[in-house]
Design a protein around this ligand. Structure first.
Ligand code: ZN
Length: 94
């Protein structure tokens, strides 16, 4: 198993803080766009076994490091809000 631990951590933080990120649209496309932008902005951290993944998740979700991850997420959410790529959002606007 090869997993980018940052992906798991960002997904978890995203779900946890989605209300505070003030997303205009929370469809799967917009969520993926936010995660993609955030993931491109951070260094990947690959792990090969699940116990390590659980450990890294616990570390990052609890500690100060998650502040910078949240800033990254907020920045990504803002970009997607400014320029949503999903269909439903485009139709909803003029
Ligand atoms: Zn959307």
């Amino acid at each position: 198993m090869l997993v980018n631990a940052k992906e798991a951590v960002l997904e978890e933080l995203f779900d946890q803080y989605i209300e505070q990120l003030h997303m205009n649209c929370k469809c799967s496309r917009c969520r993926e766009d936010v995660l993609a932008l955030a993931l491109n902005a951070v260094k990947p951290q690959y792990v090969t076994d699940e116990s390590k993944l659980t450990y890294i998740k616990a570390e990052l979700v609890d500690k100060q490091k998650n502040t910078s991850m949240l800033v990254t997420l907020a920045e990504a959410a803002r970009k997607v809000n400014d320029n949503p790529l999903c269909e439903s959002n485009r139709k909803g606007r003029k």
